[in-house]
Design a protein around this ligand. Sequence first.
Ligand code: HGY
Ligand code: MN
Ligand code: MN
Length: 417
Amino acid sequence: MPIDGNRLWRRIETLAGITDPDQPWTRRSFSRRFLEGRAWLAAEFEAAGLATAIDAGGNLVGEWAGTDPALAPIVIGSHSDTVPAGGRFDGILGVVAALEVAQCLAERGERLRHTLKVCDFLAEEPSEFGLSCIGSRAYAGKLTPDMLALKRADGLSLRDAITSVGGRPDELGRSPVPRTAAYVELHIEQGRILETAGCDIGVVTDIVGIRRERITVTGRADHSGTTPMAYRADALVGAAGIIQAVHARALALQTPAQPLVATIGHMVVVPNAANAVPGEVTLSLEVRSADEAAIIRFGEELLDATRPAIAALGLTARSELISHVVPTACARPIQDAVTEAARLAGYSSRPIASGAGHDGVFVAATGPIGMIFIPCRDGRSHTPEEWTEPAQAEAGTRVLAETVRLLDQRLAAPGTI
Ligand code: HGY
Ligand code: MN
Ligand code: MN
């Protein structure tokens, strides 16, 4: 397929450039910037000849109809929202590459057997509602009424936020969960393996499980000048011990077969004043591993191990589950198609596990999924330094195009996949 590498790169730069100017590169879900990016993307989808709409869950979907309407669609895409002060490729690459593949077909008037859907999934990154993968959860029928009732600090509910981007949350759960013939997402690796190995393409084998818990350490707020040290119940001192223990325990649990990572990436101190002893601290604990039991045990064992030190400080600590996403395998037939596509397109490839979470873990409830990785410089991501080369972005898009073509042939002939 004649992928236009220049058009691909121009679109990456244009979408990335729709950012909060004072914090490049930021386009937070549901923000004004996000809506600006969405409007630009929708116009590009339509100009490319795709039937374009926002679905009930707030996903932007462009369709290139196939010749056999009885077949479930092949879905390609990613997400256009970013983390705060994130990069220019996480998510954006996958959406723009999927558009490029569909546009190549449309420009040649070439119809696949399967309808091809290009998706920008809503709010893949952890949002201000405390939830990630909002659009792909909705797509897979996994956005519950409790989730829709979640509120942001300003009181906006997730239900109203989805409506604000053009979704129709009241329709969620009414129609049956769609079937997907295959979902394939192109993404930067967000790690160092491909770059270190000098390999062009990563054939993703599985996507890590992610568990997020809110740990609340409770002490007593006091005047910092008049409260003697021995009388304090300083919640931040207890939180510091928990943060140290998270790092030490995750290091100790490392095994080459089952890497596990744990992070405290967000903390709220109350009352958060220079002249007040902290009375309460809330920590966000995130644990990732392909071993689901390990990520469940981690939080429980952490609180057990730190309880004596917490009690000695006159504090208490408790944990509440925020979200739990199970480890998800990529379908072997899609892995095989990606490997074959890379070979046909003249690129080296190797299997690789994903330590990052992706929309595919929810889309997997509707059909088989696969992912294609390209290298990113020093493995950096979720930071303005995130970078990949135009040639690498083009390589990934070519492999995505070839994978779609292979799957279209193989999936339409039952029994061959
Ligand atoms: O957090 C993640 O792994 C993904 O980048 N949202
Ligand atoms: Mn990300
Ligand atoms: Mn991503």
